[in-house]
Write a protein that binds this ligand. Structure first.
Ligand code: BES
Ligand code: ZN
Ligand code: MN
Length: 497
């Protein structure tokens, strides 16, 4: 477990107080500076000097002033205070944490703002600090920014209970996102499908989830030909992992999540060209990782919705036993798929679970996957794609994405393109035409949900960041984790179309 999830090692205490904290206990204090108005006196520096140093007070600027006789003071830009929202606060907190990379004990003030409660402000600040200071490190000698060991949030005069609720919530959601990052950053050789199942069992036991693990024989008995087909070329066995979260009392809705868990995507027989960028394909399980990470938070957050998660785990490898072009797979439930490209494997592994999701009462099915390079090319890495057969489900995902600052944008399901998936010999092929690859992939998935309210989130772009910026770090982003938490926490069964 330690290697798979290094960020869980850190000891961290988060303290909420309704007065000024004891300054001897921290190494650095954030001092918010607006773009207009007075510079706080405690900085002992004027607006002109700040400007000379290039600091105007724009959101997420930060300038550290080390002091010999006490904690460093960090001027943190908060822009126009009246338009400051949770996502700007998250970015400002991240800038603070980055400005003092060697300091472990940080303190910052929390204020109620026009659009943001003390609770939400505190949660966003905790997220910003912890996400910005994340690192995944398998070095023998550790280096990089120090781990945060103490975080003090003070809000003079604010209701302490509200502040405490916010810090607790931020800690839970941030730590979930860090788990999502750890899973996706972990090399495929360490995090195989069976290891993923062990991690899920451990995380589930700690967080009130029921966890069922299905091995190759179980999958064969269930007729999960999609997951088994993709696994054929691998020496590592497949795993389907089913997670269940049930609230105390009658759930206000039922949500089923399906995640692509391709532990490494070589392309299979349709081998990807040799290119160092393919070392990123260890993150092709980011959808499954986001579901496990998000569900790890539901019990502690008191989610009122029943959530089931399917993690469809295998790697996609070429070998003498691998699935071949032209093979026909039978998906759970009986539909057949002609495989015309073994690199379009994500839709195959998820199809089995989508059908399983329809076999029990469910209000909405949401799948999440690093599914198409086309989505990365469409949106880059700051926006995920969403498609679905039900506007109400898509809307809830859009709102969750906005709240988490993990934005999504809807693409249309252009049904005229369905014929691109027609096969001469099977119900459909796994390969659309040369264009609109994200849409034809979604049209493939739609075939398996039997008309249930459903949406698909393509995180091929957002799963990875090529730079450390704000609360994002270079490498796996944990994308989808906080979005899915927001979705589950606020989920309401969509009314029929
Ligand atoms: N895992 C990839 C998608 C991907 C590509 C994610 C680049 C992140 C960055 C997926 O399995 C894949 O290979 N998709 C193919 C589908 C095609 C063969 C129909 C693609 O997008 O090229
Ligand atoms: Zn893939
Ligand atoms: Mn692929």
């Amino acid at each position: 477990m330690a290697e798979v999830t290094p960020s869980r090692r850190a000891d961290l205490s988060i303290v909420a107080v309704d007065e000024r904290p004891d300054l001897s206990e921290v190494d650095a204090i954030a001092v918010p500076v607006a773009q207009d108005g007075d510079v706080p006196e405690e900085l002992a520096i004027g607006r002109a000097e700040l400007l000379r140093a290039g600091f105007s007070g724009e959101v997420a600027q930060a300038l550290a002033f080390p002091r010999s006789d006490g904690p460093a003071l960090v001027a943190v830009g908060v822009g126009d205070v009246d338009s400051l929202d949770a996502s700007a606060l998250r970015r400002a907190a991240a800038a603070f944490a980055r400005a003092v990379p060697n300091d472990s004990r940080l303190a910052t003030q929390v204020r109620e703002l026009s659009g943001v409660s003390v609770e939400s402000a505190a949660a966003a600040i905790v997220e910003g600090v912890l996400l910005a200071r994340y690192r995944f490190d398998l070095r023998s000698l550790s280096r990089g920014p120090a781990a945060v060991s103490r975080l003090v949030l003070y809000a003079p005069g604010a209701p302490l209970a509200e502040l405490e609720r916010g810090t607790a919530r931020g800690r839970i959601t941030a730590q979930a996102a860090l788990l999502g990052r750890d899973l996706a950053n972990c090399p495929a050789g360490l995090l195989t499908a069976d290891r993923m199942a062990e991690v899920a069992v451990e995380v589930g036991a700690e967080n009130g989830l029921q966890v069922e693990v299905f091995d190759r024989d179980d999958l064969a008995a269930l007729g999960c030909g999609g997951l088994l087909g993709v696994n054929k070329g691998s020496v590592n066995p497949p795993r389907m992992i089913r997670l269940r979260y049930a609230p105390n009392g009658e759930p206000i809705g039922r949500l089923t999540l399906v995640g692509k868990g391709v532990m490494y995507d070589s392309g299979g027989i349709s081998l990807k060209p040799s290119d160092v960028s393919h070392s990123q394909m260890k993150n092709d399980m980011s959808g499954a990782g986001a579901i496990l990470a998000a569900m790890s938070a539901l019990h502690d957050l008191g989610c009122p919705v029943a959530v089931t998660g399917y993690l469809m785990c295998t790697d996609n490898m070429p070998s003498g036993s691998a699935m071949q072009l032209g093979d026909v797979l039978t998906i759970h439930g009986g539909k057949t798929v002609e495989v015309l490209n073994t690199d379009a494997e994500g839709r195959l592994v998820m199809a089995d679970a989508l059908v399983m999701a329809t076999e029990e009462p469910v209000d909405s099915i949401v799948d999440i996957a690093t599914l198409t390079g086309a989505c990365l090319r469409t949106f880059g890495n700051r926006m995920a794609g969403v498609m679905g057969n039900h506007r109400g489900v898509v809307e809830q995902i859009e709102e969750a994405g906005a709240a988490a600052d993990e934005p999504v944008w809807q693409l249309p399901l252009i049904r005229e393109y369905r014929s691109q998936l027609d096969s001469e010999i099977a119900d459909l092929t796994n390969m659309g035409g040369p264009n609109a690859g994200s849409i034809t992939a979604a049209l493939f998935l739609e075939e398996f949900v039997d008309g249930r309210p459903w949406a698909h989130i393509d995180i091929a772009g957002t799963a990875q960041s090529d730079a450390s910026d704000g609360w994002l770090n270079k490498g796996a982003t944990g994308a989808g984790t906080r979005l899915l938490i927001e979705l589950a926490m606020g989920f309401t069964p969509p009314i029929s179309r």
